[in-house]
Every structure is written in C-alpha cells, then in structure tokens.
Design a protein around this ligand. Structure first.
Ligand code: NI
Length: 253
C-alpha cells in the first residue's frame, strides 16, 4: 500500500490494523560513469514495493534527497545539510505520528544518511524525554535499516563480485537499479576497472581521490540477472525484519 496512491479514509482504515509504516530514504548523487544519480533512492524504493507486497505495509513517499555533500564535485548531485536532513526526518515522523503512527521503519539506501538519521531519532526521543513533544503524541519507535545490511545480500555480493563490489557505485546497487529500470542501463568503459579506495572528506577532496566517482568498485560487472537475485533475497529478509519491528511486543521508549 502506497501512501501516495491511497486516500485518507484508506489510511485511517490501515491504522486500525497497524501503526507501523515504511519510509524509503536515499540520496541524489553521482554513482560513477554507469550508475544512476538516483541509485540510492531507487534501491529502497524498488525494495519497498516488494516488501509492501509481502507484508501489506504502508509505504510513505521516498525521501530522495539525503546528506551527500561529498558528492557535490560531480554534476547533478544534490545534498541536504546534516541539520536539514535531521529536521526533515523529524517533521515527517511527527506528521505521521499525529495520525496515530508510532513505528517508523526507514529503509535506507545511502551510507551518508546514517549519522544524520540516527541523530534525528535521538532528537525525536529527546522531545519525549524532555517533555517538549506535543502532549498528544504517543511514544514512538524508529528504526534505520540499510538494505544492503542483510546476510543474503552480502553473500550474493561476495559470490558474484568479490573484491570488485566496492563501497560506492557498488556492483550490487547498480545491479539492483538495472533490474528495476533495465531500459536505462549504461555500458561505459571504466578505467581503472576497479576504482581506488580511501577516506571521504569534502567534495573537492573526493573528486581528487576518486576522479570518476566510484570507490573500490567495478560496476561494469553489474547485471539485471544479479539485480533480480539481490531483489528477491533482500525483499524476503527485509520483509521479515519489517514485520519483526512492526509487530514487536516491546513498548516504545
Ligand atoms: Ni549508493
């Protein structure tokens, strides 16, 4: 069930069956010469569709722009400052909480979001702990799950791509988007085949260290077939993880 394709009476009816929802969150940033700029938003968005089919969960609109300051040396990249992303996550959660949602499962597609989204969760809990939350707001639980962090994805990636997987513009994420949008595949020669690795600082430094945008990967190995295998495995594991969170007997803190 997609929030954007639902009516408000349908959302009210959903809330009688579950107070949990799934929020895909990603980024709009370069992914090398053959990865889509939308990769980090498209991956969780695609997986959310499969998870919704498996679990019946409500999927909120994808938060497609994340914290990607280090990618601004490449055309097309867009960032929110960390403080802006924290505020966006707080406002989205508080808006949905007003309607009765109390469990928020953020399905993440971008490592650069982790620190800010985690900080946003702490801000949300602090509103309760410090007594500054709306007095009508119920206790809330938030979870951040990186889609690539399930064991089956790691195993498939290792078997198919080994040391060419990398950490940015990875073979796995590019494969997943090629599976979702096969008509947009790019076949571009990459040199060197496996990109360099190293630390991440600001945008100018990033471009110097990683001239074509990739880190440690050879996404020329990406394929629709690998993407399909990753999709099926990830949807299965993430659906179980979502349901565990949504149905948890634990009371929110
Ligand atoms: Ni990515």
């Amino acid at each position: 069930m997609f929030l954007q394709l639902s009516t408000w009476p349908e959302v009210e009816a959903y809330l009688k069956t579950s107070t949990a929802c799934l929020i895909p969150i990603g980024s709009t940033e370069q992914h090398g010469p053959n990865g889509f700029i939308g990769t980090d938003a498209l991956c969780p968005q695609l997986l959310a569709k499969g998870i919704a089919e498996e679990t019946g969960c409500l999927v909120a609109p994808t938060l497609s722009i994340g914290m990607a300051q280090h990618h601004l040396g490449f055309a097309g990249s867009i960032t929110l400052r960390p403080t802006t992303l924290i505020a966006v996550v707080q406002d989205v959660v508080n808006s949905l909480a007003r309607h009765g949602f109390d469990r928020f499962y953020f399905l993440n597609g971008h490592g650069g979001n982790i620190a800010s989204v985690t900080a946003a969760f702490s801000e949300i809990y602090a509103e309760s702990s410090l007594g500054t939350a709306d007095s009508n707001r119920q206790p809330l639980m938030c979870k951040l799950k990186n889609w690539w962090d399930v064991p089956s994805v790691g195993a498939i990636s290792k078997r198919r791509f080994g040391g060419a997987e990398g950490s940015h513009a990875t073979c796995s994420e590019v494969s997943l988007t090629y599976y979702g949008w096969p008509e947009h595949q790019k076949r571009v020669p990459l040199s060197p085949e496996i990109a360099p690795t190293g630390p991440i600082y600001d945008a100018a430094d990033y471009r110097r260290r990683f001239p074509d945008g990739r880190i440690g990967s050879n996404p020329a190995l990406a394929s629709v077939e690998a993407g399909e295998e990753l999709y099926k495995a990830a949807v299965k594991e993430l659906s179980a993880d979502y349901l565990g969170f949504a149905r948890s007997g634990e009371q929110p803190l």
